[in-house]
Design a protein around this ligand. Structure first.
Ligand code: DX5
Ligand code: ZN
Length: 216
């Protein structure tokens, strides 16, 4: 099933609760929440208190994307904040297998992510237990960047690995996705689509509706 996960990094934080209701009512299934620590990526976004606070605005799935070093330090905190999915970067930890176990121990879904320069083979050791693989299609750190075309091949390669594994693993793409290149990533095998600026600029409800229509 194809799923839309609008990234609230591009939302207007002065009216975040309102905008969460808008994407929820328009039918977006997930809420993508980007957490940045200023070390794994240059920027700093928001963390546990914000997630806890917006948890009461919507019942939709909270898809938390950790762009932080040593995510093993914070899994309990993000679980307590109301995350449903926790995705972390393989480049950020030496303990990826243990982090997946930590996430599962809290009854949540676990995702692993790779940056554009990280080979797809890095995900192979975790195919037997991970729930989602996030293929970054921009360098993580900022919204509003352009899709990196060479990442399409990586999505296809991950789709092949997932199909060969025989497991039902979601493939997420994140970065520079818009209504124009959406078909490219869907055809490559992605099924969880993150979109920040393409959802939150202009008419949010209309953007969500258009994405969902094209994802049918
Ligand atoms: C980038 C974040 C993305 C970002 C996507 O590091 O992981 O989720 O918000 O924004 P757009 O869709 O504008 O590229
Ligand atoms: Zn993200």
């Amino acid at each position: 099933m194809n799923i839309l996960s609008p990234s609230i990094l591009s939302a207007d934080f002065a009216i975040l609760g309102e905008q969460l209701k808008t994407i929820d009512e328009a039918g977006a299934q997930y809420v993508h929440i980007d957490v940045m620590d200023g070390i794994f990526v240059p920027s700093i976004s928001y963390g546990m208190p914000v997630i806890k606070s917006i948890r009461k605005c919507t019942k939709r799935v909270f898809d938390v994307h950790l762009m932080i070093m040593e995510p093993e330090r914070y899994i309990e905190d993000f679980a307590d904040s109301g995350a449903d999915f926790i995705t972390f970067h393989l480049e950020a930890t030496k303990k990826a297998g243990e982090v997946i176990d930590q996430i599962h121990a809290r009854g949540l879904k676990a995702g692993i992510s790779i940056k554009p320069g990280t080979p797809v083979e890095e995900v192979i050791p975790y195919l037997d237990k991970v729930d989602m693989i996030l293929v970054m299609t921009v360098e993580p750190g900022f919204g509003g960047q352009s899709y990196i075309d060479s990442c399409t091949g990586k999505v296809k390669a991950v789709r092949k690995l997932v199909n060969e594994s025989g497991r039902d693993i979601d493939i997420q793409v994140d970065g520079g996705i818009n209504k124009e290149n959406l078909s490219v990533v869907l055809e490559a095998g992605a099924n969880v689509i993150v979109a920040g600026s393409a959802v939150f600029k202009n008419d949010i409800a209309a953007n969500v509706a258009e994405f969902l229509e094209k994802m049918k």
